[in-house]
Design a protein around this ligand. Structure first.
Ligand SMILES: CC(C)(COP(=O)(O)OP(=O)(O)OC[C@H]1O[C@@H](n2cnc3c(N)ncnc32)[C@H](O)[C@@H]1OP(=O)(O)O)[C@@H](O)C(=O)NCCC(=O)NCCS
Length: 174
């Protein structure tokens, strides 16, 4: 139903348009993007996505039928020596959520990391109140390995960060 395509500079504005406020930005992207999100910040990420062994791979999720862009996902902190990366900035655009696309998009990103890059482990962080995201990751086999209580603050709220990981079983790592 969807495929992953390389995220381009021309995709910045439509992505920025679906980030409504600072709370959502922190929930979706963590603290390294500052509100208001702008093309300069996204291009800084894209600058790390070039070369033979980029530290980041940035994707848009595109509907197979219409080529409409419906999501965003990144492989981050790609470490070719330690054979690991993080999945982050996972978003299915409003109006398309709850239809299985999030699970499909993350599955495609996992395949990219494990089958194409040959990595052995993927980790991610998700706030513990984000039930839809946690369910998505759990369905794909991610397991919680740590809960960081009060890892981030948003205004007067302390947010707990659940760290999850997925091991590439096909490599035989226990
Ligand atoms: C997280 C997100 C990508 C999930 O995408 P989605 O397309 O809505 O999810 P899916 O339809 O693929 O659902 C995946 C699973 O989560 C479950 N789920 C969805 N919403 C849920 C909710 N609110 N509570 C509990 N489970 C939920 C679904 O039932 C499904 O499980 P199933 O296959 O057993 O039925 C999407 O909600 C999103 O973009 N959220 C905003 C950005 C964000 O917070 N990103 C995560 C950063 S870590």
């Amino acid at each position: 139903m969807i495929r992953l395509e390389q995220f381009l500079e021309s995709d910045c504005d439509p992505l920025i348009a679906v980030v409504p406020d600072a709370r959502f930005l922190l929930q979706w992207a963590g603290p390294n993007y500052r509100h208001p999100l702008d093309a300069t910040q996204l291009k800084r990420t894209l600058a790390r996505a070039i070369g033979k062994q980029p530290s980041v791979k940035v994707f848009k999720a595109v509907l197979q039928t219409t080529s409409q862009v419906v999501g965003h996902i990144q492989l981050m902190n790609i470490d070719y020596d330690r054979e690991c990366c993080r999945i982050g900035r996972v978003m299915i655009f409003p109006g398309h959520q709850g239809a299985g696309l999030g699970k499909e998009m993350v599955r495609l990103a996992v395949r990219e990391a494990f089958d194409y890059l040959g990595l052995a482990e993927i980790t991610l962080g998700v706030f513990d109140f984000n039930k839809a995201a946690i369910a998505t990751y759990q369905r794909l086999g991610f397991e919680e390995y740590r809960l960081k209580i009060g890892a981030f603050t948003f205004r007067d709220e302390a947010w707990n960060l659940m760290e999850m990981r997925l091991i590439n079983a096909s490599l035989g790592h226990a």
